[in-house]
Design a protein around this ligand. Structure first.
Ligand SMILES: Cc1ncc(C[n+]2csc(CCOP(=O)(O)OP(=O)(O)O)c2C)c(N)n1
Length: 603
């Protein structure tokens, strides 16, 4: 029994609370693909007994598994970040037609402000698109309650349910009342092809069911405890949801507020009555004017995005400025408690690869080889920045390979076309595009940066790691054998810590006429445990200040105040150096050597 279990209350992040809600709702299957800010939901779920939890190769597979489990009769949870729902959208939109057996809840953790994402999108729009209900918790307590309720709602209305959070809800902590699992039994599996086989003839019969269900959901919304009407100052009423509710309460404590937990379909009757009870209505919502447009279309006079930004995250300050712009607050009104300002502003620290990261050398080689590099999403995307500056495109997970094929076929690229893709990303979405390179016979090189983990999101297992989410052993995909089996004839495996060998392997692959793959094999320095070897130092007497080592972009290398021929010499931070030897291999004067003290100690 864990600490959490011993008390009836716990301080949980929104993500942990969702996991707890799923457990209390007797979910039996939890699946997903990592992605900030959703990742910790599944990691928390895997710590509970009695639930089958696994990472899937991608979000669509996760949703397919969850839908299959639901049809099999158990409650299933699928988790992903907002862009993950784009990957799973094909299943998601038609799962709205099939409906469910056991409850099916899909968590979309959105990232307004793009703290850790390639775009910002408001996935409430998917709920409307698919005609499924969407729940938006406003804190950890609600995250658990909504997760629990979502399973009930799913079974009651025979629909997948979207549980949408945003970064602040996912990662902030709050007190949550813990309850025991509800004890609901699994449902019997029944064969029902007219419901589950979406041939056009069956799907045509299911679409009206979806629309009729939406009407019943709208009626439920009117009565639901998910809608919270807080009576206050009648001069203005605020309709809001999710974390924005907290900002509104902070900026305008006395206002009349209608907090929607179920934002699609919204309770239009209640909102109409709320609007009639106040002089004017403002909709305060992050990202898209989702509720605002629905309310305007329903003839309810509201305003919103006129005063509150559509871009990025909202904050108490931005909500307050919007309220001032709307004339609800006087400009001189008491400001929201200002954020603490540091007396000394820290100098900007652009993101960099870790000391000893195995991703640096392939990109140094690609730049030297004049390659046009279609990049992908992962730690290695940092190769787009100085000093590596070796990436020309990066759009969505797995896109690098297909985009490289397109760039090559365009004939417009002014250098050899190379796709660079991480191991997790390749298994997530790169494989079909490599098949395309083979079947179209396109002359591209694909570099699979195999560090044996999903590093960017915190080191999760993937199908190539040979381990499960709980650390148990699992079958592992052999990347080399996989590429060969897809028909790639030129496949080379290289250690990226060997600078010369990496360069030569890439040169050979680029010269090979047709699709070629280079797999750079070297475990991530941070996973599963920090990898460290003897650190290196610079013999300043021998350093000729050529600064070649600075091309790696390793944060352990910094400038000194010593000069040679007017150029600065470099030094190595012993505390962070991992002893990867890459800089030593590049040093033409042999000035980079193992730290003498370590050598003297004999290891
Ligand atoms: C569709 C989608 N799902 C999830 C993510 C979050 N994400 C970004 S990169 C990445 C995988 C990185 O792993 P890998 O390709 O092995 O590269 P590494 O970071 O280990 O270098 C993930 C899961 C995303 N951006 N898009």
């Amino acid at each position: 029994m864990s600490l959490v279990e011993q008390s009836t209350r716990a301080l949980l992040s929104g993500n942990e609370a969702i996991a707890r809600g799923a457990v209390e709702a007797d979910a039996r299957i939890g699946v997903g693909y990592p992605g900030t800010p959703s990742t910790e939901i599944l990691e928390a779920l895997a710590r509970y007994d009695g639930i089958d939890v696994s990472w899937s190769p991608n979000e669509k597979v996760a949703l397919d598994v969850a839908l299959g489990a639901s049809i099999g009769g158990v409650r299933a949870l699928a988790t992903m970040k907002h862009v993950g729902l784009n990957v799973a959208a094909d299943t998601f939109l038609t799962a709205a037609y099939t409906g469910v057996n056991g409850g099916l809840v899909v968590v979309s953790a959105d990232d307004p402000g793009m703290h850790s994402s390639q775009n910002e999108q408001d996935n409430r729009l998917y709920a409307r698109f698919a005609a499924v209900p969407v729940l938006e918790p406003a804190d950890s307590r609600e995250a658990k309650e909504h997760a629990r309720l979502a399973f009930w709602l799913s079974e009651e209305f025979d629909t997948p349910v979207l549980l949408r959070t945003t970064t602040r809800i996912s990662h902030c902590r709050g007190v949550v009342e813990l309850e025991p699992p509800a004890g609901s039994p699994a449902r019997p599996f029944t064969r029902d092809p007219r419901k589950y086989v979406m041939l056009p003839g069956n799907a045509r019969l299911r679409h009206p069911v979806v629309l009729e269900r939406l009407e019943r959901l709208a009626a439920f919304a009117e009565e639901s405890p998910l809608t919270v009407w807080e009576e206050g100052d009648p001069t203005v009423g605020i309709v809001t949801s999710g974390v924005t509710y907290q900002y509104v309460r902070e900026a305008l404590p006395g206002a009349s507020v209608l907090k929607l937990g179920l934002t699609y379909p919204p309770p239009l009757g209640t909102i109409r009555r709320f609007a009639a009870s106040v002089e004017r209505v403002l909709v305060v919502e992050e990202l898209e004017p989702f509720l605002e447009e629905i309310l305007l279309a329903a003839g309810i006079a509201v305003s919103g995005k006129e005063f509150f930004p559509r871009l990025g995250e909202l904050s108490p300050e931005l909500v307050r400025s919007g309220l001032v712009a709307a004339g609800v607050l006087a400009p001189e009104a008491e400001p929201v408690a200002p954020r603490a300002q540091l007396a000394v502003q820290p100098s900007p620290r652009p993101p960099v690869l870790c000391p000893g990261c195995s991703h640096a050398t392939p990109f140094m080689a690609l730049r030297q080889l004049g390659a046009v590099v279609a990049g992908d999403i992962g730690c290695y995307t940092l190769a787009a920045l100085e000093p590596l500056s070796a990436m020309d495109t990066c759009v969505a997970m797995g896109s690098s390979v297909g985009m490289a094929v397109g760039l090559a076929r365009s004939g417009g690229a002014d250098g050899p076309v190379v796709a660079s893709i991480g191991d997790s990303t390749f298994l997530h979405g790169g494989i079909p595009a490599l098949i395309d390179a083979v079947t179209s016979g396109t002359d591209v090189t694909v570099v699979i940066l195999n560090n044996g983990t999903t590093a960017m999101t915190g080191g999760q297992a993937h199908p190539g790691t040979g381990s499960t989410i709980s650390g148990a052993q699992a079958g592992a995909v052999d990347l080399e054998a996989l590429c060969r089996s897809l028909g790639v004839e030129h496949v080379e495996v290289v250690d990226p810590y060997d600078v010369a060998a990496t360069h030569v392997a890439l040169e050979r692959a680029i010269k090979y006429p047709g699709p070629a793959v280079v797999i750079t094999n070297r475990p991530c320095v941070e996973a599963p445990v920090k990898v460290r070897d003897y650190p290196f130092e610079v013999d300043l007497d021998a350093c000729i200040a050529c600064q070649l080592c600075m091309n790696i972009g390793c944060p352990s290398l910094t400038w000194t105040d010593e000069f040679h021929d007017g150029r600065r010499k470099v030094q190595i931070d012993e505390g962070t150096c991992t002893g990867c030897t890459v800089c030593a291999q590049m040093c033409p004067s042999g000035a980079i050597v193992p730290v003498s003290a370590w050598g003297a100690a004999g290891g």
